[in-house]
Design a protein around this ligand. Structure first.
Ligand code: ADP
Length: 163
């Protein structure tokens, strides 16, 4: 069996930063499952089906990728899928504290699953789903920062007249 990694997240919506990390994961692992958290604690702009649809559209034609939702403990989900690693992106020091806490807690819960951190290309280090939603909500352009399908969805939401 190939080496399988889980890339978990909210993906509300997927950005080119997420895609950067997914592509890097595919260089190391044979298969990558993009696990989209239903995350009832975070109010999402796009519902789970829309988030999954946009990820699938953005990664169409890539092999070794699966997109699924999950609503259980991440390590439990990873174990059930026979994943050997959880991949997370690290953008800046500000990500580090939370990510360290999560990684150590997940290790405590299941020491067989490693957390792997990857740095995106510099051009995406400032990028987050939150900032994308903020720019789009004020009518700013997010071209080149998100896949086309996401750009279209944000335009439809915030600029339906196309002005
Ligand atoms: P979560 O709510 O789990 O943080 P996100 O969708 O915000 O979900 O992020 C999922 C993963 O993608 C995280 O590991 C995050 O660090 C990573 N990520 C998000 N944006 C970027 C980016 N611009 N560059 C690198 N990694 C990123």
């Amino acid at each position: 069996m190939g080496r399988l990694a889980i890339c978990p997240g909210t993906f509300d919506p997927i950005t080119n930063g997420h895609i950067d990390i997914i592509m890097r994961s595919l260089r190391i692992f044979d298969e990558v499952i993009i696990a989209v958290a239903t995350n009832p604690k975070k109010a999402a702009l796009f519902d789970i089906d829309r988030r999954i649809y946009m990820i699938r559209e953005s990664l169409r034609g890539l092999s070794g990728i699966k997109v699924e939702s999950f609503d259980t403990l991440l390590v439990e989900y990873a174990r059930q899928k026979r994943g050997i690693a959880i991949v997370r992106g690290l953008r800046a020091i500000s990500d580090f504290e939370y990510e360290l806490q999560m990684a150590l807690m997940n290790r405590r819960l299941d020491s067989d699953i490693e957390t792997v951190f990857m740095m995106p290309s510099e051009e995406y280090t400032f990028l987050s789903s939150t900032i994308i939603k903020e720019i789009a909500s004020f009518g700013g352009s997010v071209k080149g920062l998100v896949p086309e399908v996401v750009e279209g969805a944000l335009n439809e939401l915030y600029n339906p007249e196309g002005v």
